[in-house]
Design a protein around this ligand. Structure first.
Ligand SMILES: Cc1cc2nc3c(=O)[nH]c(=O)nc-3n(C[C@H](O)[C@H](O)[C@H](O)COP(=O)(O)O)c2cc1C
Length: 399
């Protein structure tokens, strides 16, 4: 099946599952512990229904959204996803290219396998940088300086990784430190020859390029990875927040805010935006979904900074629902990563096209010619249908 035949994000997910060794696919797909958060993120969207209006001229539909003084073609962008090159060599920059093509933001991960400078070259207008602050404050400061000198418009500080979470799929697959090539990992690779050939052709383990300059000179990919593990995750407090805010001269966004009081504090300390996010259900398994906390956060800070959201978006209608509930802009993590893993830039573009087309059709069907008109009045307030049993739910259906 070619990537263009993928009808929805779920198709891309299945294609990625076939293409990647289990260890890689599970790294993308997984949550942590019992994966309650993962399921909750997606189910949160199902609790809302859209109330259509008809006999309205919807012959043209607008998705253009203005964000931080710039017009993006779509109401969503690409969330930061680490070690993309493990799934597709050059994956970070392929995501960046797809973002340029679609005119949407691309957030380069703090655990990326390409450099800030390379992202700025490929996507000078579209790339943002997400900071995973190092234990050594000087490294974080230098990364901020590099992103500034490269001309990036926006810095994103991720705050929801105080420690590494318990990702049980990775533990079972042996994808934990110290990395060891076990017979089952080798067999897993051999069963996915297209992925394996590409992996070996490019010299095996990809390098965390942003970190390589801080590791000892001549460090191998493995040694750079060890260095990153020694430096992150690091304890961050509002004190560090203030330092980074002071150092960064442009738009400053905090990712991972879930409590209205934290949102208020971020606004008071000068954040331009927050991303309401539970890291795609990857950090605290018993956290609510971002969609559930969005209305309270909006009430607290909606007039003070830009409220954005990610986690669980698999459909255009999810994007529309989040906009109705007050999120100004959305981000997707897994959706574009599945596409990239399968077919590089073309795959990421396919994911974006699918979501664009779905948003477009939903807007037309709702009688809403411009996404910027959406608000809570477009949501049905009459109660919920009976819950769908988990085994029939979306991607939890049998593959
Ligand atoms: C494979 C993978 C890697 C990720 N790496 C990062 C990262 O380096 N930095 C970060 O802030 N968030 C990271 N995230 C979280 C995403 O930015 C985003 O919050 C999440 O994927 C959104 O949920 P969704 O995948 O359901 O769209 C990662 C997510 C995935 C799936």
């Amino acid at each position: 099946m070619t990537i263009e035949k993928a009808v929805n994000i779920e198709d891309l997910r299945r294609m990625a599952k076939r293409h990647l060794p289990r260890l890689c696919f599970d790294f993308i797909e997984g949550g942590l512990e019992d994966e309650h958060g993962l399921a909750r993120n997606e189910r949160a969207f199902d609790r809302h229904a859209l109330l259509p209006r008809y006999l309205i001229d919807v012959s043209t539909r607008v998705q253009t959204t203005s964000l931080f003084g710039r017009n993006y073609a779509l109401p969503f962008g690409i969330a930061p996803t680490g070690i993309a090159a493990l799934f597709r060599r050059g994956g970070d920059l392929m995501l960046a290219e797809a973002a340029v093509k679609a005119n949407i933001p691309f957030i380069m991960s703090g655990a990326s396998t390409a450099s800030i400078e390379a992202a700025a070259k490929v996507a000078p207008e579209n790339a943002w940088y997400q900071l995973y602050a190092a234990r050594d404050l000087k490294i974080a400061e230098d990364m901020i300086r590099r992103a500034r000198d490269a001309g990036l418009s926006t810095l994103v500080l991720t705050v929801d990784v105080p420690v590494n979470s318990k990702r049980e799929r990775n533990i079972r697959n042996g994808f934990v430190r110290p990395y060891r090539l076990t017979p089952s990992i080798v067999l897993d690779g051999l069963r996915h020859p297209a992925w394996l050939i590409e992996y070996l052709r490019h010299g095996g383990l990809p390098v965390f390029e942003n970190w390589a300059t801080y590791a000892p000179a001549g460090a191998s990919a493995q040694q750079v990875s060890d260095f990153v593990s020694a430096q992150t995750p690091s304890t961050q407090t509002w004190r560090e927040f203030e330092i980074y805010r002071r150092l960064w001269p442009r738009k400053f966004v905090v990712k991972g805010i879930m409590h209205p009081d934290d949102a208020r504090r971020a606004a008071e300390l000068g954040a331009d935006g927050i991303m309401v996010s539970n890291h795609g259900g990857r950090q605290l398994d018993r956290a609510p979904s971002p969609l559930e906390v969005l209305p309270a956060i909006n009430a607290a800070v909606g007039d003070k900074l830009t409220v954005m959201l990610d986690s669980g978006i698999r459909r255009g209608s999810d994007i529309v629902i989040a906009r109705c509930l007050g999120a100004k802009f959305l981000f997707v993590g897994r959706a574009t990563l599945y596409g990239t893993a399968v077919a590089g830039t073309r795959g990421a573009t396919r994911a974006i096209d699918i979501l664009r087309d779905e948003v477009d059709r939903v807007l037309a069907q709702m009688g809403c010619p411009d996404i910027n008109q959406l608000g809570p009045e477009w949501l049905w307030r009459g109660g919920e249908p009976a819950p769908i049993p988990p085994q029939q739910h979306r991607q939890f259906a049998a593959d």
